[in-house]
Design a protein around this ligand. Sequence first.
Ligand code: ZN
Length: 369
Amino acid sequence: MADYYQLLGVDRDADADTLKRAYRRMARQYHPDVNKDPGAEEKFKEIGRAYEVLGDPQTRARYDQFGEAGVSGAAGGMPDMGDMGGFADLFETFFSGFGGSAGGPQRQRGPRQGDDLRFDLNISFRDAVFGGEKEIQIRHLETCGTCNGSGAKKGSGPVTCSTCGGAGQVRRATRTPFGTFTQVAPCPACEGTGQVIADPCPDCSGQGVQQVRKRLRVNIPAGVDSGTRLRVSGEGNAGQRGAPAGDLYVVLYVQSDSKLRRDGINIHSELKISYLQGILGDKVQVDTVDGPVELPIPAGTQPGAVLTLKDHGVPRLGNPVARGNHLFTINVQLPGKLEPRERELLQELASISTSHPKGKGGLFGGLFS
Ligand code: ZN
């Protein structure tokens, strides 16, 4: 689907009034009762969906940040809400300026709590192990400081919605071959609250909230892994009309390391040793997340063996005193070329060794002949 701003023919920084005017103009142009072009109905639905998303500062913020993925099923998670939104907004086109006529039971919705937001953060392998503080820059909605979130211009206040007469609901009669039936829906002009802002605050166009960039410091605990979610309380979008703000969820992605591989709280890496170190044993310096550490290689260490260095793995999330291990997979390096003296000694070794296969010249015999 095309970009919602393009669909409505407005700039990305268009204010609420411009959006509303653009939507009404387009909706009139493509309304299926008026426009019989093939594709007009589809276009009409797309316009409705675009305005449903952009007309609400919360969903608009999500759309700006995540595109369509951020708003799919935004209004309650129903996959076909796009069409429903188109219908709901249609009421606005029909009812605006007609004065309160709809009755029905009083059903008022309270101000809506702000949306939770998600922020994806890449962190290094080391930061995931030991934790640390990270600065991030987010965009979220904050309560408008000019009107303190009321949306009304200084000195004015909300008035009874003229579209629904304060009832918060509208009725719509549809004539069909089977008769006329009536649908009741929340009033689109006041979003079911029964009140509207007659004199909107100039700074937020009456929305009561404003899109703001903000720097935040996030504390990353030791032992996090890819997919760990950190909740930053109250840093989601501000609620409408003083309702509480949502939370910000920071989702972590741990970058891979060229040498170290993580498996839960354990760390794996490869360790190259010479065949002599494997046979005779040794002590070698190995790289760990704690820096170089001495690792004993027992005599007779086989290729592919795994040596464990205890407590140099990843701290357990929430209990950093407990740590995993660092596991080294042994890669035994055989010399490609021998010095004459080395060759002599190895040949002598082969002649007395009990550990290599005997027989017709044996393995070494074949190799050295
Ligand atoms: Zn304001």
